[in-house]
Write a protein that binds this ligand. Structure first.
Ligand code: AMP
Length: 219
């Protein structure tokens, strides 16, 4: 058990962060806070934020730092995150966001930042086959033999391809990752919070490596 653990999982889109975060969140019973899922929920609900975010997300761009920091700040103050800890997925995505996160977590700092490392060529292939439950966020890999409509085996929701998983948007997101998010590896490396995990292993091996890092960080 890791009561109160506060983690960030970094990595290219398609590195398997979502799948691993869902599994870690069940294993440790800590909230999985995915900013992408929060934005997709806002898009579905048709809120003002959702309408603005959708245009940016469909093109593979990044939503403004102030909006994202505000969303995360609010979420981290909820009782579950404050008492159980949390796993942050998709945030921070820029050095500015990381600095703001340090500012809003001075009382309870992040314990460990894990970079789930998968090379670009590998993630492009993975993302084309990625399908996601629109309700609970469980990730699946399409083989082309699935029954349609595809129903999530965890919650019964619809399993679909994300609107932003088109080839153009995928390449734009990966370019943005190199420009905006990769500098976080140095940012967290410099202060000793970063651990790199090889994300090209099987999902079980990656999960084993992640739990080992998390438990080591809490000893
Ligand atoms: P994800 O599910 O993490 O791949 O996020 C999907 C999309 O949501 C991204 O391509 C961005 O457009 C937007 N997004 C999610 N998290 C952030 C963030 N921390 N900062 C800016 N935009 C974000």
């Amino acid at each position: 058990m890791i009561p109160g653990a506060r983690l960030i999982i970094l990595g290219r889109q398609g590195a398997g962060k979502g799948t691993q975060c869902v599994r870690l969140s069940r294993h440790y019973v800590v909230p999985h806070i995915s900013t992408g899922d929060m934005l997709r929920a806002a898009v579905r609900e048709g809120t003002e934020l959702g309408l603005a975010a959708q245009k940016i997300m469909d093109k593979g761009g990044l939503v403004g730092d102030d909006i994202m920091v505000g969303l995360v700040d609010e979420r981290l103050q909820r009782l579950d995150a404050a008492s159980r800890g949390y796993i942050l997925d998709g945030f921070p995505r820029t050095v500015e966001q990381a600095k703001s996160l340090d500012g809003i977590t001075t009382d309870r700092p992040i314990h460990v930042v894990i970079d789930l490392d998968v090379p670009r060529e590998v993630v492009v292939a993975r993302i084309s086959a990625r399908r996601v439950c629109r309700d609970c966020g469980t990730n699946y890999t399409a083989t082309g033999r699935e029954k349609q409509p595809w129903i999530c085996e965890v919650c019964g929701g619809d399993v679909m391809q994300r609107d932003d998983d088109t080839p153009d948007a995928v390449h734009r997101r990966l370019d943005l990752y190199e420009e905006q998010t990769a500098p976080l590896i140095q940012f967290y490396g410099d202060d000793g919070r970063l651990v790199v995990v090889d994300g090209t292993q099987t999902t079980d091996q990656v999960f084993g490596a992640l739990t080992e890092v998390i438990e080591r960080s809490r000893r």
